[in-house]
Design a protein around this ligand. Sequence first.
Ligand SMILES: CC(C)(COP(=O)(O)OP(=O)(O)OC[C@H]1O[C@@H](n2cnc3c(N)ncnc32)[C@H](O)[C@@H]1OP(=O)(O)O)[C@@H](O)C(=O)NCCC(=O)NCCS
Length: 171
Amino acid sequence: MSGPNLIPLDAVDPAMVEELLDRAFEPGRHTRTAYKIREGMDWLPGLSFAALDNDGLLVGTIQCWPVALTDPNGRAHPMIMVGPVAVLPDQQGGGYGKALMTAAIAALDPRAPLPQVMIGDPEYYGRFWGFSAEQTGGWTVPGPYEKHRLLVRCDNPAVLPAVGELGPWRR
Ligand SMILES: CC(C)(COP(=O)(O)OP(=O)(O)OC[C@H]1O[C@@H](n2cnc3c(N)ncnc32)[C@H](O)[C@@H]1OP(=O)(O)O)[C@@H](O)C(=O)NCCC(=O)NCCS
């Protein structure tokens, strides 16, 4: 059996992506803290993908965004914000989410992989990809969140600032 069919997200009509996100998340998703962290940014085409089913229908998406953790000295440390990962409710559990996450992480530039940050279930994202809340205890985000769900993945966690505020990457 072949794996899910993944294509670059910019090959998909943006209105269909929004409709899928509306179906995967509760109403009011736009007010989530994750949206505020990357407010005003465009998703990164090279790190964002869509999953199609065997009939070529859109069943899942992943988007990644340019964000930064600003340390107490005002220095911005660029990072990749991962998510939302979304799979249509009646297609969940079929491996699409896993394939989308794996594709986004595999697409990172191995020469200079920025740390990846997300708000999500530590069980799911820790188990498969090594995301952890261990380094994020001193970070703040622009909105309510559960501390154990602010996750980061980084080749060398020693480079991560212990304290900082996450927000859009404005250069
Ligand atoms: C979370 C989500 C993207 C996962 O996608 P999916 O296609 O359903 O997941 P997969 O089929 O790839 O799951 C792979 C494995 O992870 C497990 N898993 C899925 N969601 C999980 C969760 N929230 N916590 C722990 N494990 C989870 C599955 O049981 C499966 O385990 P297995 O391989 O041992 O059977 C999807 O369920 C979804 O869109 N949910 C609603 C939107 C959402 O909450 N997105 C995440 C926040 S940005």
